[in-house]
Ligand binder design. Structure first.
Ligand code: FUB
Length: 448
């Protein structure tokens, strides 16, 4: 009896651990996620991504996208993300081919007390045309439950739905199928009320998909991934009306540095800052159909053009000093002697470690919140077979030393605790630096 109770407690703790994630980039570390449509509902950001899984001989098509359901995630601080679980599954929607594994990029929007979740996938009925069509599921809360409509939206063929509601209350549906299309949506959000328009003034060569529309200062920004060279990069065009005409204006994010062929994004303002949500293949460097969602801050020039976003590992949100801080998600790194690697290449979901192997090498991790408790100790999980002396500084690599210690030689990963010298409260950048010779790997650090 006692053992059963013990197992139940452990299982509950494990379940809680799985649904609450403390994130930098990528945002979600316990599953693959892609195509993030971020939305602000109330005082939280909700992200509706696709959910990549790996195809096998009996599910999906080997070596291709494989997606059977959708989760929704939310956060009020952009650091702690809650997984609300599965909201729509391929074999629970009447019109969907139940073994198509093609639940591609979705979107969600709020109107008149309801949340409308739009998703593209393969229908059972192929007599009305080939390929993807787009359906809607309706819920009373942003995390569902969502009830799928019995039929997909009429006259829509394609992928990557995106919904935009203008200031006058008119809603628009955008989607892609090589080109980008748009149409007005009925107030019921379930049917089109206009002809389908092919948005013309966009690049004529190279695939365009994943439209995301937003309005700022009376300008309409039609943003989209486009293959200008070999793989997708995020671009945008600006217009005075939601259906154009548009003027090609610039690039939001260059092609993935790791070669992920797709990118897919959304752009939102939240608490006085704009953010770009997008994806790379961080947790699957050798297979780019198993992607991971990310986010970075975005800003505008005076003339309304978008400043190009450079993908970071640090991402967004403030890390609490007493949480496990991952220096491998650094904001800056020395040009020598420091690097990162997976903790375990057979299970990449365990994340990364930072490796220091030259005197003076450092990594900087920005925006750590020391405001609540005056921290007295720093704990870190480290692995060193040589022994190693480390210093922790605030601000930058020349900043004040707040802790200095020597890790003893050891076998395997070990936790160590050291005293922190005087430390100012507030939001601080942290620098971790190897002082002398030796090699050390760090999993995380935390203050207490
Ligand atoms: O996730 C499947 C497809 O890859 C999406 O629908 C596209 O936008 C691309 O990200």
């Amino acid at each position: 009896m006692k053992t059963n109770k013990y197992i139940r407690i452990i299982t509950t703790i494990a379940a809680l651990w799985v649904i609450q994630a403390n994130a930098q980039n990528p945002l979600i570390m316990d599953q693959f996620t892609a195509d993030p449509s971020a939305r602000v509902f109330g005082n939280r950001v909700y992200v509706y991504p696709s959910h990549d899984i790996i195809a096998t001989a009996t599910r999906g098509r080997l070596g291709w996208f494989c997606m059977e359901d959708y989760h929704v995630f939310s956060s009020e601080d952009l650091t702690n993300w809650t997984d609300h679980g599965v909201i729509v599954t391929q074999n629970k929607v009447a019109w969907v081919k139940p073994d198509s594994y093609s639940m591609w990029a979705p979107d969600c929007i709020y109107r008149n007390g309801k949340y409308y979740f739009y998703f593209p996938t393969t229908p059972k009925d192929t007599t009305k045309g080939k390929g993807f069509t787009i359906g809607v599921a309706v819920g009373d809360k942003p995390e569902g439950p969502f009830v799928p409509q019995p039929e997909p939206i009429k006259n829509v063929r394609g992928i990557d739905p995106n919904v935009f509601i203008d200031k006058d209350g008119q809603a628009y549906l955008y989607w892609s199928a090589g080109n980008i299309y748009g149409a007005r949506l009925h107030e019921n959000m379930l049917e089109l009320t206009s002809e389908v328009i092919t948005l013309q003034e966009l690049p004529s060569k190279g695939l365009k998909e994943g439209p995301f529309m937003f309005e700022r200062n009376g300008k309409y920004y039609l943003t989209y991934p486009h293959v200008e060279n070999k793989i997708e990069r995020l671009e945008y065009a600006i217009g005075d009306n939601p259906l154009g005409p548009f003027k090609i204006t610039g690039t939001i994010m260059d092609e993935s540095p790791t070669g992920c062929w797709t990118n897919h994004h959304s752009i939102i303002p939240f608490k006085n800052q704009w953010y770009l949500f997008y994806h790379h293949n961080d947790l699957s460097p050798d297979f780019d159909k198993a992607r991971s969602i990310r986010a970075d801050s975005l800003s505008f020039n005076e003339d309304g053009t978008i400043r190009k976003v450079t993908p970071t590992l640090r991402g967004i949100g403030i890390s609490k000093a007493n949480s496990t801080i991952q220096p491998d998600r650094y904001s800056a790194i020395s040009s020598y002697g420091a690097g990162i690697d997976f903790l375990d290449t057979t299970n990449r979901f365990l994340g990364w470690k930072t490796i220091f192997e030259q005197p003076g090498a450092w990594v900087q991790y920005n925006t750590v919140d020391f405001s609540k408790v005056p921290e007295k100790m720093v704990e870190l999980r480290a692995f060193t077979t040589t022994g190693a002396s480390l210093v922790i500084r605030t601000k930058d690599p020349a900043g004040t030393v707040i802790a200095e210690f020597t890790l003893p030689k050891g076998q395997g990963w070990q936790n160590h605790k050291y005293k922190v010298k005087e430390l100012k409260g507030g939001i601080q950048n942290l620098v971790l630096q190897l002082k002398g010779a030796g090699k050390v790997e760090i999993d995380w650090i935390r203050f207490e």
